[in-house]
Design a binder for this molecule. Structure first.
Ligand code: ASP
Length: 335
């Protein structure tokens, strides 16, 4: 009996998964050369994908993900929302993306895509021109996961190295390893596995996709939010620079559970007094930053367990809705 294949939309954005190196031994020079194959060429390398899904593909941009920011996040979210609205036959969307900022794009889309249908982002640690590239298998796994009905309702997913992760929690943890994407302490969600099956063991509980108030379909720009990293002996210079340049918000990456050099906090209090929301996060790679009576009195927001770069994404989106500290704080507890 012939069963109909699901339709998957594949959107290319560039990155190592589309990178072209000078030879098979090149694992590091190709990003500086900046050459990419198209998403159609990526798909042509893996004809087996046609057995899994009917694929319609398009290139949104063709850049390293070091060049991706708010404009590309908005384009992607708007395009995905348009696809789900205009093409009801589409089962899911797979996206190829550089690994450098994949974790930020994945969280942005996790909060702004307005459909329960699967959206799956993948990348590669070794370009298609390199020995033992992971580009082809990751693309196949992304299409497989986007085509799988069990992937629906879990928010935006990432898949690399056969591991399916939550777009909120995933972070790039290693410079060159193919297993670089880690969910910190929280565990990944499932596998796109060697027997061709997509299997899940857990689901994200924080609110996402249609269950958030973030509507970006008619937005053309996002508020500016900067991150300042703490280190032993840091003074207030960088926080003052943020204040002088009128950012819309600031994320501070502090120590451990949310402590900071005194001069950094003094400078940040001035920013809060100016009405600029400041979120306290940590440079530790896992765990929560919690509030205290002092932090509360000073007017700070705490990041819960979001890494600084994830907290920045949420603050940018939160500021499209409110500048109120308590409302923003609640978002860090909800999303
Ligand atoms: N330079 C690449 C990027 O676009 C790195 C990668 O994809 O792994 O992020």
């Amino acid at each position: 009996m012939l069963t109909e294949k699901p339709t998957v939309r594949v959107i290319g954005t560039g990155g190592s998964i589309a990178g072209i190196g000078p030879d098979r031994m090149d694992f590091i020079l190709y990003p500086e050369l900046g050459n990419h194959i198209t998403i159609k060429q990526s798909l042509d390398r893996v004809p087996e994908i046609q057995e899994i899904a009917d694929v319609r593909s398009e290139d949104l941009v063709s850049v390293g993900s070091t060049a991706i920011g708010a404009a590309e996040w908005l384009n992607l979210a708007q395009r995905i929302n348009e696809i789900f609205q205009d093409e009801p036959d589409v089962a899911g969307v797979a996206i190829t993306h550089g690994t450098a900022t994949l974790e930020e794009t994945s969280y942005f889309l996790h909060l702004t895509v307005k459909s329960p249908k699967p959206v799956v982002i993948t990348g590669a640690m070794r370009p298609p021109t390199a020995l033992s590239t992971d580009a082809d298998i990751n693309l196949l796994d992304a299409v497989r996961t986007a085509a799988c009905p069990d992937s629906a309702g879990l928010g935006v997913l990432t898949v690399l190295n056969n591991e399916i992760q939550c777009g909120r929690d995933v972070t790039k943890a290693s410079t060159f390893r193919v297993e670089t994407f880690r969910p910190n302490e929280l565990g990944f969600l499932g596998y796109a596995d060697s027997d061709g099956k997509v299997v899940f063991y857990r689901a994200p509980l924080r609110r996402h996709t249609s269950n958030t108030p973030f509507m970006v379909d008619s937005i053309t720009d996002l508020p500016r939010v900067d991150i300042v990293y703490s280190y032993a002996g840091a003074d207030g210079l960088l926080v003052d620079a943020v204040r002088n340049n009128r950012s819309d918000g600031l994320v501070l990456a502090g120590f451990g559970g949310g402590t900071f050099p005194p001069a950094v906090i003094d400078a940040a209090v001035k920013l809060v007094d100016d009405g600029i929301p400041v979120v306290l996060s940590t440079r530790s790679t896992a765990g929560r930053v919690v509030t205290t009576p002092m932090k509360d009195k000073q007017g700070f927001i705490v990041s819960d367990n979001l890494l600084p770069q994830k907290a920045r994404v949420l603050l940018m989106l939160g500021l499209t809705i409110s500048k109120d500290r308590h409302e923003l704080q609640q978002m860090f507890y909800d999303y």
